[in-house]
Design a protein around this ligand. Structure first.
Ligand SMILES: *Cc1c(COP(=O)(O)O)cnc(C)c1O
Length: 482
């Protein structure tokens, strides 16, 4: 720990002797502004500090250091160019309370981003405010609730397939709806009979992820949307998997009325560890009046924040939303252009299918010989074979010893001992081959080796439930160092 390295009097920098008159601190600051004792800071030389933080930064895996096939999360490489752009002083040093006239550049960028997101989704009305995908879900469901209030209709239910991301039913509950689960067929698609049975005039919204969390594109989507629309309901598309269909299919064209993007996934941007994301939402014209205010508008050559939206649900985020993430998304979209974005998706799907074709021979993939941008294998057979209780977890942990970040495990819930792999388009064939070979090798290892993995990391298996409930952010002498 940094405090253990402290040596009295050690400094990173020494100042030259002062050549201005000496004034006591108490003559400059009133007593109530002065601490009685100096703050307890460690005293260190610059190399001590740099080595400490550089070493700390290597204890975790990251996209910049390791292959990171975390399904559903789209941990693609984040081009450094976008970081440089987001750090331009003209964007970084703005203050949200500046007058609109002095923010024209940023507002233009955000206005254009609204248009791009509307074009890519086929849903023209856009709000950039929500702070994450889950927040976009909540905001859009609030928009739906406002829409039905405006129509004078009382609708209380939101439908979600059993393969849905946990945030879908959670957002529905937060927005005040009851949730009803729709079964999937054994092949992994929405069961139309179950959908028909559960659709009634109480249904406000069907939330659907397409391609779904099994990495499958549900070709029934237009029919599903028709069924929901016939009953007066709205279709919400969870856009977390847009990575697979950019420039190929547009949610607005296949029947969605609303959706969110996860720009930190689809359009790159550092995420994980709770870092900032964004969750822009796009809706059809009839839902436009209910979007959070303000949206960025344009009047002749001027960009402005449009607050004149009487039916809006109001603000869901301070100022303009998480602008830094949005600037990165803008740069990403502009860098690739329409053809480039389509190539991104084609390569994401190609990489996933290549990996699937290698992995399915030793880890069965129950739903499919083909996938979109990710696939879900099952480690269930290793339970009996190796006497393991949580084989997917054990494989995931063992991969860390070989220098690979773990895939997503135990999600979606519809596959037993799920191992969900999303390679993304930014990985080479060599990396995919190395990963497939390592995964193969790991599935052949002894049960005891797997059950106690990882063996090479600083911390092996924390009690995750306890870690979440009793977070300890201070390292004390009593805690074992490994
Ligand atoms: C990541 C994800 C979400 C939630 O998005 P956040 O930006 O993490 O809030 C919702 N649905 C799916 C399918 C996801 O993969």
């Amino acid at each position: 720990m940094l405090f253990d390295l402290s040596q009295p009097g050690r400094r990173a920098a020494r100042l030259p002797a002062s050549d201005v008159p000496h004034v006591e601190l108490n003559e400059l600051l009133p007593a109530e502004a002065r601490a009685e004792t100096p703050p307890p800071l460690p005293e260190l030389a610059e190399p001590d500090v740099i080595r400490h933080f550089t070493n700390l930064s290597t204890l975790n895996m990251s996209v910049d250091t390791h292959f990171y096939p975390l399904g559903s999360c789209t941990m693609k490489y984040n081009p450094k160019r976008n970081e440089r752009m987001a750090n331009l002083p003209g964007l970084l040093d703005l203050h949200p309370y500046q007058h609109e006239q002095s923010l024209q550049g940023l507002l233009e960028l955000l206005y254009e981003l609204q248009r791009y997101l509307g074009e890519i989704s086929g849903l023209p009305a856009v709000s950039l405010q929500p702070a994450a995908g889950a927040h976009g879900e909540l905001a859009a469901l609030m928009v739906a609730a406002a829409y039905y209030r405006d129509l004078g209709e009382q609708r209380t239910k939101v439908l979600t397939p059993d393969s849905a991301h946990g945030t879908n039913p959670a957002s529905a509950r937060m927005a005040g709806f009851d949730t009803v689960t729709i079964r999937s067929t054994p092949a992994g698609y929405v069961c139309l009979d179950d959908l028909r049975a559960k659709l009634d005039e109480q249904v406000a919204v069907l939330m659907i992820t397409n391609p779904n969390t099994l990495g499958l594109f549900d070709r029934q989507i237009a029919e599903i949307a028709d069924l929901v629309h016939e009953r007066g309901g709205l279709v919400y598309l969870d856009g977390a998997n847009m990575n697979a269909i950019l420039g190929i299919a547009r949610p607005g064209d296949f029947g969605a009325d609303m959706m969110h993007y996860n720009p930190h996934k689809t359009f790159s941007g550092p995420h994980g560890g709770g870092g900032p994301g964004a969750g822009p939402i796009c809706v059809t014209e009839k839902l436009d009046p209910f979007l959070p205010a303000p949206v960025v508008g344009r009047r002749d050559d001027d960009y402005f924040l449009d607050y004149d939206r009487p039916r809006s649900i109001g603000r869901v985020r301070t100022f303009f939303g998480n602008v830094g993430v949005l600037v990165r998304a803008y740069c990403y979209i502009r860098t690739y252009g329409p053809d480039g974005l389509r190539a991104v998706s084609e390569n994401a799907v190609l990489n996933a299918n290549y990996l699937l074709s290698r992995v399915k021979h030793f880890l069965p993939v129950p739903q499919g010989d083909r996938c979109m941008h990710e696939f879900v294998a099952s480690a269930e057979h290793l339970k009996k074979e190796k006497g393991l209780k949580q084989p997917a977890m054990d494989l995931a942990k063992r991969l860390l010893d070989y220098g690979f970040h773990a895939p997503t495990v135990y999600f979606p819930l519809t596959v037993h001992d799920a191992v969900m792999v999303e390679p993304t388009e930014t990985e080479s064939k060599q990396t995919l081959d190395a990963f497939a070979e390592t995964l193969f090798r790991v599935t052949g290892e002894a049960g005891e080796v797997l059950a106690e993995a990882p063996h090479s990391t600083l911390v092996s298996r924390p009690d995750e439930v306890r870690a979440a409930r009793q977070t300890v952010l201070r390292w004390t002498a009593e805690q074992p160092a490994s």
